[in-house]
Design a protein around this ligand. Sequence first.
Ligand code: TRP
Length: 465
Amino acid sequence: MAARGSFDSRLGFILASAGSAVGLGNIWKFPFEVGQGGGAAFVVIYLICCFVLCYPIMVAEIAIGRKTQRNAVGAFNALGFKSWNFVGYLGVIAGLVILSFYNVIAAWAFGYFWEIIGANFAIGQQFGEFTANWVKVGLYAIIFMSTTAFVVSRGISGGIERAAKILMPVLLVLVLGLVAYAMTLDHSMVGLKFYLQPDFSKVTPSVVYSALSQAFFSLSLGMGALITFGSYVSRQTNIVSAGAIITVTDVSVAVLAGLMMFPFVAYMTQGDLDAMKAVSGGPGFIFVTLPGIFESLGPMLGRIVGGVFFLLLSFAAFTSTMSLMEVPAAYLVDEKKISRPKATWILATAIFLIGIPSLLSYGAVEMLGNLKLPGVAKSMPFLDIVAMISDIILPLGGFLIATFVTLAWKRRNFDEELAVGDEALRGSWLQGYVNFSIAWICPFILGAMFIITILETFFGMNIIN
Ligand code: TRP
């Protein structure tokens, strides 16, 4: 077991986990979901999901990992519950599936970095042509996946932890710099008002569900990523406070991303509210709208600010792809006794191949761009379908983990593990809070949400709308 590797320090673990959490979900997805979901009303629901449901599950995942020192599948075996290891398998598969489309979007971000640096601001209008160019995007995707595989192949402290220790501070500085800069633009206050004023009339059950799945995705929960990272954490580490720091960091970066994006949008639309609504509400937001905004800053400044932005996006995506790859990698290393370098290169190849339909679904192959699911009214690109499926799997994984802790592992063992590294936690309100949520809130809310979503999405039923 000595060869598994471990994090060198508590800070390293926190940075790697925060790096996993902070990603395209925060910077690409969060702002447009806010735009669609009623501004601050969405933010409030999102925050409730993060702290009431997700944080306790994060702590549970880390506890399972640290207790067993095993990958997502092996952890359930090691605790003596082999029949639950399907939860781990679900996580390994989810890791591959998420990476397959995530890597394509990361490739767009990385490609955009070069376009903007080269002063090609028209790329915003040419988003469709850009994504249709599968050779180019495919190349960026190969570069992204290979770099990820390279770092993951170097192990935990020498690879993932090291990269996170460099990239995370840089990323935080870049975000703060961009926020500060955005505040100086004309109409920035109008942008902030749009962002921070809640419109609760927009909140429908489906907005609540997007906030929930966004919280799971953004915090990297529900597929054993934190079981895996937790398995490399020392027994001196206080995992309850580490989990809190990771959650707060991730949420802060998402909120900051909004603080930078909405002033940008207000600047471009000259503070016109309707125009702001029109441009900020979709997945194309970053790729279609932002280049135009950078252009309006002038050729030099536009290249700098825009370049920094897409570099930030690429770094954020990179620390996330590392953690996504680590889940199946740890499984192959622990359970199949495959060497780490070999496992990572097998995975990189497999992920790229699985991602090909996603890669081709934005313009390269017509048919893949317009797929219809039974029960879903509008047709969607293959990539969006894969993303939608992962949005359903993650809360399901959270439900299963909470149920596992409550019914199988049992509260007293969970409490015992939480107290390792922090004796003061025994009997504290924080421990009570985590326990209460895991036993009584998560299973019921997540279980109900899962059933409702399946019925609504795939069977066209109208249950709460
Ligand atoms: N959290 C990342 C983001 O916000 C994505 C991610 C990385 C992820 N690892 C994960 C999502 C594990 C779910 C599970 O972009």
